[in-house]
Ligand binder design. Structure first.
Ligand SMILES: [Mn+2]
Length: 363
């Protein structure tokens, strides 16, 4: 099923992007073997790989240079303000048009993505006046979501949360982390996810102490902590949810206290969310809480950031970028405190929240 980005949405995205880019007339997004998330942002495409395709965006019009392989999909899904060019129809004409659009111009490009070789090729073949890295501006625009984006994120979150509720039914002594992950993926796809997120994590027992554990053939034992940290992808948009379970009984007093402590930290951190609040303040308060609660029993065990924003990437805006930011309505961020004891296990609880005009909404 194909869908086309509404003309108004497409116009708004371009207008917000160019408002950040003083003096830049054209933005170039060049896909390589993988697709730049900003290509999806500006095109709204929900199908097709569009490897090696090139998007040139002006404030009021876009040109997509693609190939026979994706040409039909491009035509079908293009927003109203986009011309789609099949380079293979007339290579010379396509190059001439590219040259006309780039030569002597100030060109914004995504410095986080464009490979150096491609950068050099564009410079020598099309002679822009100047190439300016606008990756920061692109991230900044994508930080605040529009209605179309929120609708996709909400669907993805709903799928992952439903899967989290269903998954304990499938816990079985002796099963491997990878088997449980396969079950989780199956549930998410059955519920309509286009994909399960790359880097989903299923961890058993001691492995739960490693926040970025890669699932393997570790077997599930009675009394194990189980962390599932997973997302779904809907029309290129991600959810990111973590739950910690205890398998086969109520668990030890220590396990239960870890769970309770992280729950309290998450509730406290989420409660701070509102427009104008510094993101770093949320992180610092959660870290302070986890360091000092229970007479400091968990001091130093919260080893990562309180969260990140989600969207077209699982880490749409990583913590390093959010550090200096204040929360704004329309941002979607994860809140994911955790404590980790190497050799014992860990607990992480993660939810996705939307910053609203008055505060927040847990998705
Ligand atoms: Mn996360």
């Amino acid at each position: 099923m194909s869908s086309r980005l509404p003309a108004k949405t497409s116009k708004n995205r371009l207008a917000r992007l160019f408002a950040n880019l003083k003096g830049i007339g054209v933005v170039l997004i060049a896909n390589t073997g993988i697709v730049d998330p900003n290509f999806h942002y500006l095109t709204g495409f929900t199908s097709g790989l569009f490897e090696s395709s090139l998007l040139l965006a002006h404030k009021d019009h876009m040109y997509l240079f693609t190939y026979s392989l994706e040409y039909e999909t491009g035509l079908e899904e293009r927003p109203e303000n986009m011309s789609v060019i099949n380079v293979m129809d007339d290579v010379k004409a396509a190059k001439a048009l590219l040259s006309r659009l780039l030569k002597g111009k100030k060109v914004g490009f995504d410095g986080e993505f464009l490979p150096f070789e491609a950068y050099r090729h564009i410079q020598s073949a099309y002679r822009p006046n100047k190439m300016i890295d606008i990756s920061d501006g692109l991230r900044s625009v994508r930080l605040v979501k529009d209605e179309a984006e929120l609708s996709n994120i909400k669907k993805a979150v709903r799928i992952t949360k439903t899967a989290m509720r269903e998954i304990p039914k499938y816990f079985k002594e002796g099963m491997t982390e990878l088997q449980l992950m396969a079950r989780f993926d199956f549930i998410q796809l059955s519920l309509g996810a286009n994909e399960s997120a790359r880097y989903n994590i299923v961890a058993f027992g001691k492995n739960t102490a490693l926040p970025h554990h890669f699932s393997n053939s570790t077997k599930l034992k009675k009394g194990d902590l189980v962390i599932i940290d997973a997302g779904a992808v809907v029309n290129n948009y991600y959810s990111d949810i973590s739950r910690t379970f205890i398998f086969g009984g109520a668990g030890s007093a220590k396990q239960r206290d870890m769970l309770q402590t992280v729950k309290e930290a998450q509730k406290m951190a989420i409660g701070l969310a509102k427009p104008g609040k510094e993101w770093m303040g949320m992180h610092d308060m959660a870290a302070k809480f986890l360091d000092t609660t229970r007479d400091g029993r968990y001091k130093g065990e919260f080893v990562h950031a309180i969260g990140h924003s989600i969207g077209l990437e699982m880490h749409d805006n990583p913590a390093s970028y959010l550090r200096t930011r204040k929360l704004e309505p329309g941002m979607v961020i994860t809140v994911e405190p955790g404590v980790y004891e190497v050799g014992f296990g860990g607990v992480r609880i993660e939810d996705d929240i939307l910053i609203t005009k008055k505060g927040y909404k847990i998705l």
